[in-house]
Design a protein around this ligand. Sequence first.
Ligand code: C5P
Length: 216
Amino acid sequence: INPRIITIDGPAGAGKSTLAKEISKRFGYTHLDSGAIYRAIGFASKEMGIDLNNEIEVLEIAKKLKIELKGSRVFVNGKDVTEEIRTPEGGVLASQVAQHREVREVVVKILRNLAQGKKVVIDGRDAGTYIFPEAQLKIYLTASPEERAKRRYRELVEKGFKVSYEQVLKEVVERDKKDKSRKFAPLTVPKGAVIIDSTGKSLEQVLNEVKKLIDP
Ligand code: C5P
């Protein structure tokens, strides 16, 4: 079907960004990591010492920041923050600023601009429901909470973080709840989406399923 826009939504730790990166490499799509933008705003807000529950202040920061996505790297005001924002703390900060409707609207504008005239694969929570409801291919990628926590845990340990599996599982469950119960643009299965459950599947297996969808 040669879609111009592919959206990948789903809960934390389902493997969305890994899948998006592979699709980007193998099929020549630009990868837009929407979570990275929320993470960048969350981090910048914290650095400036503002209250993340204060929508007006977070909004002001979101509007001022120069956020760039280059390949899979994220730059804020010219500084590479890729590793810094991909921490458990970054996830918590992101989901706090992502609660605010006007902040979400700023992020959506950034993403729609970035996608103009390009073939893009975007991963997030509202990519297929809200950012690009017109996308030709929508994927909802999920896995059991335990499997997702296990993957996150391994990833974090590899990066040298001292975390426990129980703590990671708790955070995964909490973040799911927050993302699904948010008033504005919550995490749901987009209309027309193909649901892929990656529990017990390798990246290669999931990619094969996606390949059949892109190029049947
Ligand atoms: O995908 P990632 O783990 O980087 O996302 C971090 C957080 O940012 C999510 O838990 C969610 O609260 C928020 N987010 C969102 N909408 C998106 C992408 C991320 O609300 N499209």
